[in-house]
Design a protein around this ligand. Structure first.
Ligand code: MTE
Ligand code: MO
Length: 228
């Protein structure tokens, strides 16, 4: 275990020196009033991006049938442009350092849900273990229902991007992407793959399920960045 912790620590340092500047230059961090990730970044009004309504319910949005993946069958693969391909079982995943973060969830169909508390493993932790090659610039998340969504590494590596297995103190339900989903609080919620099964590190950008169908490739809620 200490070996793993050491590898994560070293891997994070490499990632930060390589992507830190690009991360600081992303819209949610470089805008004059950075917004978008829970109470600590919500400076007074407005509470939500333009044209969003706050809901206290939590709608379910799917492009296909919901896959039922038991934790005995679930696995996560990290592959493509990485030094170490990885295949993690549920037990492996739970043994990694766990993080939690409170953030807001913005769906491009016009609703936002505030102050969601996510628990799981930071994408950064997984990337620190797998170690993107020098060619890697983007990732594609692939899901058990056939869904996919792409992110540049400077967005995916943010500390609030979590592969979550609990939300608001409860295990993540199947309808919301359990056993494990991704959350991307600084981008629209479609960038967070439910029922995640595979992370593909890529040497260039490629569009995912909704990005092919006309959603914005960048998806910054605070810039009202919704379609092409
Ligand atoms: N695997 C998978 N992930 C997905 C989707 C999907 O259809 N399949 N829908 C996306 C969209 S469009 C949104 S808005 C959020 C919705 O998450 P929720 O159903 O938990 O509210 O999940 C995203 N992740
Ligand atoms: Mo969505």
């Amino acid at each position: 275990m200490t070996d793993i912790l050491k590898r994560i620590e070293e891997g994070r340092a490499i990632l930060r020196s390589r992507f830190g500047e690009a991360m600081a230059g992303t819209p949610s961090l470089s805008d004059r009033e950075p917004q978008g990730t829970g109470p600590r970044n919500r400076h007074g009004m407005p509470q939500v991006p333009p044209r969003q309504n706050v809901l206290s319910t939590w709608p379910v949005l799917d492009c296909a049938d919901q896959p039922v993946v038991g934790t005995d069958r679930w696995e996560l693969r990290m592959e493509g442009e990485v030094e170490e391909s990885m295949r993690l079982t549920w037990d492996d995943f739970l043994a990694l350092p766990q993080a939690d973060d409170v953030s807001d969830f913005h769906c491009v169909t016009g609703w936002s849900r505030l102050d969601m508390r996510w628990e799981g493993v930071r994408f950064e932790t997984l990337a620190a273990l797998a170690r993107p090659t020098l060619a890697a610039t983007h990732v594609m998340f692939h899901s058990y229902d056939g869904y996919s969504t792409n992110l540049p590494l400077e967005e995916a590596l943010k500390s609030d991007v979590i592969l979550a297995h609990r939300v608001d103190g409860e295990p993540l339900s199947t309808e919301h992407g359990g056993p494990v989903r991704v959350v991307t609080p600084q981008l629209w919620a479609w960038k967070g793959a439910k029922w995640v099964r595979r992370v593909e590190f890529m040497p260039h950008d490629r569009r995912g399920y909704w990005e092919i169908r006309g959603y914005s490739n960048t998806g910054h809620p605070w810039r009202d960045d919704r379609d092409w």
